[in-house]
Design a protein around this ligand. Sequence first.
Ligand code: HPA
Length: 272
Amino acid sequence: MNKEKICNAVESIRSKTDFVPEIAIVLGSGLGKLADHIENPIVIPYEEIPGFPKPTVAGHGGKLVLGKVGESNVAVMQGRVHLYEGHSPENVVLPVRTLCMLGIKILILTNAAGGINPAFAPGELMVIRDHINLQGNNPLTGPNDNSFGTRFPDMSEAYNKKLNDMIVECALENGIDIRNGVYAGMSGPTYETPAEVNMLRIIGADAVGMSTVAECIAANHMGIKVCGVSLITNMAAGLSKTKLSHEEVKETADKAAEYFIKLMFNVLERVK
Ligand code: HPA
């Protein structure tokens, strides 16, 4: 476990500000503009934080933004790294572990995902009620650091039910439709084959993506409450007539940005 690296990252952030975030949100595709709504933001580019892995995908920035949303002290991760970029599972979760050490109590994960549940449609939001880790690895593999958490963390409520229910309430109050479902995390970077999507549906997944599960595992390891929302940017392979493309994903994410941001902003204001 790269504890020294994480401590260095924490120290570097501490040397710039004494702001203590209570809640962190990781922004997926299309949500980047949420950071613009932070009051008096403290902006730290990832390259200024030693050891922070750099995102390489177009459409993913790379900044940590600290500041207030309403009464809440919030840390916004504008951009994340993925396994398919070549980062180790340990490095994928390094930013989240850094935020946990900075003092957050709640982690909100957002992402773009392909819809598997045939009742879903592109543009819809889904509260992540649970996940299936099919990334082929686990960020806790290797010697366990007991100061972070236990060797065998319980994952029976990996996504906090009360927080999930609060997200649904926020959506209803804002007139935003929201679904509930299980997120399957794949390694990517290929989109799934139709046979894989069929398998995912059979094993109980409602949506599929290439992020989130490792971050959720690391935060649970450290005793942090997690919740999450997927934006369904497309129907998964084989469920629509068109082929999948990153352009389609970005286009839907941009179109949904307004209500996705509105919802997450409300959630940040309310959560405590
Ligand atoms: N599959 C995997 N990841 C994704 C998808 C998908 O269909 N859409 C957006 N991210």
